[in-house]
Every structure is written in structure tokens, then in C-alpha cells.
Design a protein around this ligand. Structure first.
Ligand SMILES: NC(=O)c1ccc[n+]([C@@H]2O[C@H](COP(=O)([O-])OP(=O)(O)OC[C@H]3O[C@@H](n4cnc5c(N)ncnc54)[C@H](OP(=O)(O)O)[C@@H]3O)[C@@H](O)[C@H]2O)c1
Length: 309
């Protein structure tokens, strides 16, 4: 019997218990899945960083911690964690992110607000450019950034992506490094942030880099709040250099009611809903990693603890 501890907030258990049982059974794994195993009997932890488990020391025989979230910034620096840490790469979450990013990019591209908000009896026939004439840049070309880049390129937008290491992706102009960032931002009529939060990515958008954006650019941030210096963003929104920012993630969540983003006419706030981990598809990923652990194979989606993602 393989002992798997489900360590996440209570409401998650209801959603994940059945899909996890099904996914383990589908792979022929005999698993005792619970929320309360004795720590020294646990083989794997299915983990959300906001769970009660913050000290991994008592989990002496645990073979891996399998994160339910794509972002690992709240666990990667935990010094009690000596076991391998896998982050979540979930086909369901990827689909959700493609839909959210594409939807918000098209809102800005088509100028939908003019028609949705301005029902004022005036017949202004604004014609948006075709996608081929609107450049999109995606910062972060990992699982989510690449999937969004390909979907957006599939609609006809010229897409540039930026990552830490050099990449080659069909149909996408790939850049990296500091010079690459400047060029990527200069081409960003629409800028999408899908970077992880690490010490190196904090304030990627700051007073200096925001100036690289073309006038009238749109920013869409489903990555993490600290990727942006909030005051620097507010400054370029106030001048109109940046036309609008659609923000799903913030330095403090929930975003405090007094934060200026809420009332700013050029900001759309969404409450960290760009894409959730989906129970059925993510349970299959977790089960596959448990199968690998038991077979002595490499785990999927291991976090590089030094790089922080
Ligand atoms: N809002 C939501 O609902 C939601 C949902 C899921 C995820 N997210 C966020 O989305 C992020 C991305 O997820 P993912 O699965 O796509 O992550 P990922 O596969 O780990 O990809 C991260 C990308 O960022 C690049 N990167 C990292 N550090 C960099 C640096 N210093 N300079 C330039 N590029 C850098 C990586 O470059 P390399 O390719 O060279 O390694 C990689 O391309 C997550 O970390 C999380 O914060 C948000």
C-alpha cells in the first residue's frame, strides 16, 4: 500500500478525493489516500503551499512532494523540504490559461469596451486593425507561456516570446536575456506576463522597462503580482503611455479595497482566477508521478530549487 497525504485546504479535499482515487486506480496503484496519515508513514504528499504542513522534517520516508499549483514560490525556499518537489503542469489548467489570455487579448485588440460601455446613442464606427497588425509579446515561454503564444499566433497575431534560456518555437520569435527583454517589450502592443515569481523576475516591469513599451500598449498579467512595480505601472497608466492593464495577480491577495488599482479607469482587476488547477486532469498528473516514483523512474516537472521555479 502506498500512503499519500492530501495536504491542502479543506474545501479542496471534496473536489480532489474522487478524481485522485480514480486516477490511482486507472494506473493500478494501491493507494491509501488521506488527509491525516502519521507523518513518518507518508510516501507522497499532494501539496498546496497554504496547507497546515509547513515543516517537512517529520515526513522521514516521503519520496516526493507533488504541488497542486503551478507557482512554487511559497514552498521552494522551505529549508525543511529535502525531498524532490514537482510543480503542477495540468493540461486542464493550460487550456484555461489559453482561454483567459486569449479572451482578454481580444477584448483589447477589438476595442470591445467601446461598444460594451459606450451605449450612448452615438454611432462611432471604430474599425480595429487585423491581428496581423497587432504585435503580442509574452514574457515567459514555459508550459503556459508557450501554449498561449501558440494559440495567439494561431489567430494571426505576430508573437514574440521571452525566456531565461534561448528557445526555438515554430511560429514564435524567441528572445532571451536583458537585450532580448528590451526588444520584446518594444514590440509589445499587447504584453502578457507568464513568468514565475523568483528573485530574478521581481519588478521585471519597472520604471525603466515600462518605457520600452509602445505608446498605447495593453498589459495582461496572469503571472504573479510582484513581476510589476505597482507605482511604476500606475505612473504609465496615468500618462496614458499604457492604455490599460488587466491584472489577475497582486502583491497582496485579496487585493486590499483601498488599493488604487480597483478604482483606476485603465485597470481591470480579476481575482486570481485566470486558470485554476482542474481536479480530473491534475489528478492524472499526480498519479503518473506516484507511478514513476514507485517504478524508480524520474519524476515529471521537478522544480529547479536554485532557479526557484
Ligand atoms: N493566475 C493564475 O491563475 C495562474 C495559474 C497558473 C500559473 N500562474 C503563474 O504562471 C507562471 C508560469 O507558469 P508555467 O507553468 O508556464 O511556468 P514554467 O513552465 O516554469 O515557465 C516559466 C517561464 O519563465 C521563464 N523565466 C523564469 N525566470 C526567468 C528570468 N529570470 N528571465 C526570463 N525568463 C524567465 C522560464 O524560462 P526558461 O524556459 O528559460 O526556463 C520559462 O520560460 C507560474 O509560475 C505562476 O506564477 C498563474
Amino acid at each position: 500500500m502506498i500512503n499519500v497525504l492530501f495536504a491542502a485546504q479543506a474545501d479542496r479535499w471534496e473536489k480532489y478525493e474522487h478524481p485522485l482515487h480514480t486516477a490511482f486506480a486507472d494506473l493500478g496503484l494501491k493507494v491509501d489516500l488521506r488527509t491525516d496519515h502519521a507523518p513518518d508513514t507518508v510516501d507522497y504528499i499532494v501539496y498546496a503551499p497554504n496547507s497546515d504542513v509547513q515543516d517537512f522534517t517529520p515526513f522521514t520516508r516521503c519520496k516526493a512532494v507533488l504541488n497542486l499549483w503551478a507557482g512554487v514560490e511559497n514552498v521552494v525556499g522551505n529549508h525543511t523540504l529535502t525531498q524532490p518537489l514537482a510543480r503542477m503542469v495540468d493540461p486542464g489548467m493550460t487550456r484555461g490559461m489559453i482561454e483567459w489570455v486569449t479572451g482578454h487579448a481580444l477584448r483589447h485588440h477589438l476595442g470591445m469596451d467601446r461598444h460594451i460601455r459606450d451605449q450612448n446613442g452615438q454611432w462611432h464606427n471604430y474599425i480595429p486593425p487585423l491581428a496581423q497588425d497587432r504585435r503580442v509579446t509574452i514574457l515567459g515561454l514555459g508550459e503556459l507561456g508557450t501554449a498561449c503564444a501558440q494559440a495567439i499566433a494561431g489567430l494571426g497575431f505576430p508573437v514574440t516570446g521571452w525566456s531565461r534560456s534561448a528557445k526555438k518555437i515554430d511560429g514564435i520569435t524567441c528572445l532571451h536575456g536583458a537585450d532580448g527583454l528590451k526588444t520584446a517589450m518594444e514590440r509589445a502592443d499587447i504584453l502578457v506576463l507568464l513568468l514565475p515569481k523568483t528573485p530574478a523576475t521581481e519588478n521585471t516591469l519597472n520604471g525603466e522597462t515600462l518605457k520600452f513599451l509602445p505608446t498605447g500598449a495593453f498589459i495582461i498579467n496572469p503571472g504573479r503580482g510582484p513581476l510589476i512595480d505597482d507605482d511604476a505601472l500606475l505612473a504609465v497608466l496615468d500618462t496614458g503611455h499604457v492604455a490599460h492593464a488587466t491584472l489577475d495577480v497582486f502583491r497582496i491577495e485579496p487585493l486590499p479595497p483601498e488599493h488604487p488599482f480597483w478604482a483606476h479607469p485603465r485597470v481591470t482587476v480579476t481575482p486570481h482566477i485566470a486558470s485554476e488547477t482542474r481536479p480530473v486532469t491534475s489528478a492524472q498528473v499526480i498519479a503518473e508521478n506516484v507511478r514513476r516514483g514507485e517504478a524508480g523512474e524520474d519524476f515529471l516537472y521537478l522544480v529547479d530549487r536554485k532557479a526557484g521555479y
